[in-house]
Design a protein around this ligand. Structure first.
Ligand code: PGA
Length: 233
């Protein structure tokens, strides 16, 4: 399984480095990735145990140059990142990121040898299959077998609401079959949206779910650790 901690814009140096130290004391057989805020990536990398991986939460579509305020894939690699989140709904909505921009960011990540985790998902009231089809179709030219897809229903993010396990299984089966039809059957699918230590065991039983993208419940090391180690219900 793959467990991705998305810290978003939370935490300051002391708290984040203590968190990294705490998790570095555990042995993990699963793939555990910490997507920390940009300013702390380098210091976190110095503390990281070999069982942990570093991720960023976004990157520039461009490789280098006159892009004030942006961070390139090469710069992320330089501070120890192996993964990067792309197209999170908070960026699609809050930063007006389009499918087109997300596809350029995907290309940029792959050129920098970062493993991209591309987020897709419907808003409340939207038809998941329709939204996912258009989001996935827009990635088609850029996608490779090295990518990861995170299915995150927007209405489940940070709300405490989750789809039922059968809804998640059905939607992830839809994503899987789209990937297969397009020659990407080996791409892993993560689920994200209000994953907690309480529901993670049940969510682990969903078909085609190879891990979780966790926001709120990743911020405390013991809570994230409980999600990783919970038994499939
Ligand atoms: P949440 O966030 O776990 O707080 O719902 C998930 C995400 O935004 O990736």
């Amino acid at each position: 399984m793959i467990y991705f901690a998305n810290w978003k814009m939370n935490g300051l140096e002391k708290q984040i480095l203590e968190y990294v130290e705490t998790l570095s004391n555990h042995l993990f057989l699963d793939t555990v990735i910490l997507a920390l805020p940009f300013p702390y990536l380098k210091a976190a990398h110095a503390l990281l145990s070999p069982c942990l991986h570093l991720g960023a939460q976004d990157l520039s579509h461009a490789q280098k140059g006159a892009y004030t305020g942006s961070v390139s894939g090469e710069q992320l690699r330089d501070v120890g990142c192996e993964y990067v989140i792309i197209g999170h709904s908070e960026r699609r909505q809050g930063c007006f990121e389009s499918n087109d921009l997300i596809s350029h960011k995907l290309t940029s990540a792959l050129q920098s040898n970062l493993i991209p985790v591309v987020c897709v998902g419907e808003k409340e009231g939207e038809d998941p299959e329709q939204v996912l089809t258009s989001q996935l179709e827009s990635l088609k030219g850029a996608l490779t077998q090295d990518c990861i897809i995170a299915y995150e229903p927007v209405w489940a993010i940070g709300t405490g609401k989750t789809p039922t396990t059968s809804q998640i299984s059905r939607t992830c089966a839809f994503v899987h079959s789209w990937l297969k039809e397009n020659g990407f059957e080996n791409i892993s699918i993560l689920y994200g949206g209000s994953v907690t230590p309480e529901n993670s065991g049940a969510l682990k039983s969903c078909d085609h779910v190879s891990g979780f993208l966790v926001g709120g419940a990743c911020l405390k090391a013991d809570s994230f650790y409980s999600i990783i180690t919970s038994q499939t219900a």
